[in-house]
Design a binder for this molecule. Structure first.
Ligand code: HEM
Length: 329
């Protein structure tokens, strides 16, 4: 290991919690989403999962990122809020068939965003339980915590997700293929990798948003839309993101070098950017809101005991905060 790599692995991240600095780091091209010399986590280099990682719009700092992003935005924009709400109602109806206790509630919160996206890919309902497990494995083994002894699992999850998305030939895949083509991108590996990306980008953020709205399940005085806005501004489900300077630079009070990792708070005392900002700003914010709102309203329409929603602890998962509800003794 070179000295530089040693520092990148071991140096303490710099915590940035001034709003102006957060905005600067998100919007200034001196800051990358990946370390300059490490486009892919070392452990995943050369693996299928690693190649997918490197293809994700979220993980790129190059010019292709802009084109991939446009392709995704153009495809996503074809699905309006009412379609997303309808899709969420359909999925919620299936997933809540036996919802009686907090364990099933937590499962619902975790699964609903993934299954809504699955529905848009026209992946049949019978594949959902398996799909949910593989999306989870992809998030854990490829994105959040890649480990040497789990590269096989990371590849297995990636292979499964490729297979099931490709087999679906569903509406969203076709729209994305068209969107990429319009940007001059014919590489189907890039399209399919970013299809997987949509699952992982949707999952924890939307579960966090829905879960936090459900803490207010019994607050019948506030409109669900206001609850959603309040959660996003006061308690964004994605707490922080990272940036890596591509040269020596400065933020208020900090001299920063290429070896530093910046931890940017998306909520500071001065403001909140729950969906990020700049080149990497979330393209799925309207979907996230539509899914969370529809799932919240659906649960509210069921004859559920409000005590299901009273006791919770926080599941800190990567950079997402998701409430886990539990039954009191
Ligand atoms: C409440 C739910 C969600 C939250 C809080 C959220 C938050 C974010 C944030 C903060 C980023 C920027 C990360 C950074 O700059 O480091 C981001 C990026 C992204 N999000 Fe979301 N997101 C949510 C749901 C979704 C959904 C539903 C989709 C797609 C259907 C989506 C797709 C993406 C993609 C593709 C990126 C990467 C964009 C890029 O790098 O250019 N997200 N999201």
């Amino acid at each position: 290991m070179t000295n530089k790599e040693y520092h990148m692995v071991n140096k303490c991240p710099i915590h940035i919690n001034s709003h102006d600095d957060v905005i600067k780091a998100l919007t200034d091209e001196q800051f990358y989403v990946r370390p300059v010399n490490q486009k892919v986590p070392k452990i995943l280099e050369g693996s299928l999962a690693g190649n997918v990682f490197a293809s994700l719009v979220r993980m790129r700092d190059d010019q292709l990122q802009t084109k991939i992003k446009l392709a995704i935005i153009n495809s996503i924009d074809q699905y309006d809020v009412s379609l997303l709400s309808q899709q969420t109602f359909t999925v919620a109806k299936i997933l809540t068939l036996n919802l009686k206790n907090t364990q099933q509630l937590n499962q619902f919160i975790a699964d609903v965003p993934i299954c809504v996206i699955a529905g848009l890919f026209q992946i049949s309902e019978r594949h959902w339980p398996e799909l949910v497990n593989y999306v989870r494995s992809f998030i854990d083994d490829v994105i959040l915590n890649p480990q040497e002894e789990r590269v096989q699992q990371a590849d297995l999850a990636t292979k499964y997700l490729f297979h099931i998305i490709k087999k679906s030939e569903g509406g969203l895949l076709q729209n994305l293929r068209l969107g990429f083509k319009q940007q001059g991108i014919e590489d189907d590996f890039l399209v399919l990798s970013n299809c997987i990306g949509l699952f992982f980008q949707t999952a924890d953020g939307t579960s966090g948003l829905l879960g936090q709205m459900l803490i207010h399940y019994s607050d019948l005085k506030s409109a669900p839309e206001d609850i959603l806005t309040e959660v996003l501004s006061q308690n964004p489900p994605i707490k922080f993101t990272k940036r890596f300077p591509n040269k020596e630079t400065k933020l208020t009070g900090h001299a920063i070098t290429e070896e530093d990792t910046l931890l940017l708070d998306l909520k500071t005392e001065q403001g909140s950017v729950p969906f990020g900002l700049g080149e990497h700003q979330c393209p799925g914010s309207e979907w996230a809101k539509a899914i969370s709102l529809a799932a919240f309203n659906y649960l509210r329409s069921l004859p559920l005991n409000s005590s299901l929603f009273t006791d919770y602890r926080w599941k800190e998962l990567g950079n997402a905060a998701i409430p886990i509800f539990y039954d009191k003794e």
